[in-house]
Design a protein around this ligand. Structure first.
Ligand SMILES: [Zn+2]
Length: 264
């Protein structure tokens, strides 16, 4: 049973109240996950919690991938029902081993943002030592309909003024495209850190768009290079998770900075 705390209670109340008034909920949401396992690392959500979240999403949404979300932002696609896109950052092996079977069983497409040089990943920046997927595993997910995007070469601190753009944006794209034989259309900034200068480099590298960690619903006025995503982590109760998909719940959680967890 979920811990009763004031945050959960507010979420539950707001969610119920908004529903009873018949407000139109956010129509397009993108969720940002990292790792699904029972290992209890900083990036993990346990399997039981993930399954419960998927059960809720299945009841309320249709699932889309990031290409469809981007077409919507561009004004090239409409959705009849509320939709959600599930994304995973960093490319952890647990996504292949634990999340993939659950999602495949439910026919849910997902998207992953991976590193082009995981062997040299900045483990200080990632704050964990979880193993990454192999190229073969990423290819397998892509063959099953998963979208694959770029999340830098080594996941360095993007706030570093000496950041190597060439390695982390331009070469990362080229390397992934040649090793996976998949076009890299979208970028995710490590830890969600970006600036005008960084966006400019991502544009120059010919990415079509990029996703952020700014929680919010996606709209046709979303910045193509900072499309909102809602970060989900182990600190979220089911009440808080469900509140992400209401206007008032989302606003409330935004004022509470969404979570005490970490965005990597
Ligand atoms: Zn990351």
């Amino acid at each position: 049973m979920a811990k009763i705390n004031s945050k959960n209670l507010v979420c539950k109340t707001l969610t119920g109240f908004e529903k009873s008034l018949g407000f139109v909920p956010p129509q397009v949401s993108v969720l940002a996950y990292h790792s699904i396992s029972n290992n209890k690392s900083i990036v993990d959500i346990d399997l039981k919690t993930f399954q419960k979240q998927i059960d809720f999403l299945k009841k309320n949404f249709q699932f889309v991938n990031i290409d469809e979300v981007f077409e919507y932002v561009e004004g090239k696609r409409e959705f009849v029902h509320p939709v959600v896109a599930i994304t995973f950052d960093d490319g952890y092996k647990t996504v292949f081993e634990n999340a993939f079977p659950i999602l495949e069983k439910n026919n849910i497409p997902a998207s992953i943002f991976v590193l082009s040089d995981p062997k040299h990943a900045d483990r200080n920046s990632l704050e964990n030592n979880n193993p990454f997927m192999t190229v073969a595993q990423i290819k397998k997910l892509h063959s099953k309909g998963w979208a694959v995007g770029c999340h830098s070469a080594t996941h360095p601190e993007f706030a570093d003024p000496n950041l190597d753009f060439k390695r982390e944006i331009f070469n990362a794209k080229k390397t992934l495209e040649s090793s996976l034989a998949v076009k890299m259309n979208f970028y995710v900034y490590p830890k969600g850190v970006y600036s005008e200068k960084i966006i400019d480099q991502v544009k120059k590298a010919k990415f079509k768009g990029a996703f952020s960690f700014q929680a919010g619903d996606v709209s046709k006025s979303s910045n193509h290079f900072a499309i909102p995503r809602i970060p989900v982590d182990w600190t979220h109760s089911q009440e808080q998770f469900e509140a992400f998909f209401t206007n008032w719940g989302l606003k409330y959680l935004q004022t509470k900075k969404i979570t005490e967890g970490r965005y990597l």
